[in-house]
Design a protein around this ligand. Structure first.
Ligand code: ADP
Ligand code: ADP
Length: 227
């Protein structure tokens, strides 16, 4: 589903991604870990073209996503992105946050979009918060709304960039639980996270980055049990 080929990325003269080559198969759950500043966030942001690259290729579903002539909106509609900061629309309710894109980008009627959003809010344990404004929700609840919002586009691919890093410790578990359920449903997921319990339990593969390179690729068993 994702093919990354010899990708190089510079910020000015800082070489943030160094000849990165990797692929992710459909249905795979890949966890990207590594020290702060190693390029994890940069890598995941290149996968939906939030960051440009200077050389190499990235194909998602066979499409060269860094090509000049790509339809960015159409392409991004197929990718759910969950950020460290939840980035909800502050003036919209939880439900409205989840219906906006499906109505405008997928052309769903308000009724269909709302039914769908309600079932997604139910799925992330927030059926009773549909009419709540983001500021009245806890961080963990806001992040679950953000996940429901991403899922509302029915994307074949979900990207997570440190989805629990800005949460209070007691809220991390509720977000990981939702992510764990998604992983079980055959969703293709790439997750930048420091949650090694999640990686051990849920990942098909773990990538370890350092200084802009993927230094290790391993199954959780190999990654955690190596001498
Ligand atoms: P990680 O997610 O592993 O913490 P990042 O991908 O955020 O790492 O950053 C990798 C390196 O690139 C860091 O040294 C960071 O300071 C640098 N960097 C990230 N974004 C920018 C930017 N917009 N401009 C300049 N340098 C950046
Ligand atoms: P994250 O790792 O979650 O991206 P950071 O704190 O590394 O969080 O980065 C936050 C924002 O600041 C990002 O948009 C990133 O591109 C930018 N940034 C990070 N490092 C630098 C840097 N050295 N110079 C300029 N911008 C940077």
């Amino acid at each position: 589903m994702i093919e990354i080929e010899k990708v190089n990325k510079w910020y000015g003269d800082y070489h943030a991604l160094v000849d990165v080559t990797e692929s992710v198969a459909r249905g795979e759950v890949v966890v990207v870990c590594g020290p702060s500043g190693s390029g994890k966030s940069t890598l995941i942001r290149t996968l939906n073209r939030l960051e440009p690259i200077q050389s190499g290729n990235i194909r998602v579903n066979g499409q060269d996503i860094h090509a000049q002539n790509i339809d960015l909106n159409a392409f991004r509609s197929g990718i759910g992105f969950v950020f460290q900061q939840f980035n909800l629309f502050p003036h919209l309710t939880a439900l409205e946050n989840c219906t906006l894109a499906p109505m405008h980008l997928r052309g769903l009627s308000a009724k269909v979009a709302q039914e769908k959003a309600l079932s997604l809010l139910d799925r992330v344990g927030l059926a009773d918060k549909a009419s709540a404004m983001p500021e009245s929700l806890s961080g963990g609840q806001q992040q679950r709304v953000a996940i429901a919002r991403a899922l509302a586009m029915e994307p074949p691919l979900m990207l997570f960039d440190e989805p629990t890093s800005s949460l209070d410790p007691e809220m991390v578990g509720e977000v990981l639980l939702v992510m764990r359920d998604m992983a079980k449903e055959d969703m293709t997921m790439v997750c930048v996270t420091h949650e090694m319990g999640f990686a051990r339990e849920v990942a098909d593969r773990i990538l370890f980055m350092d200084a802009g390179k993927i230094l290790e690729r391993a199954t959780p068993d190999d990654f955690f049990n190596r001498p």
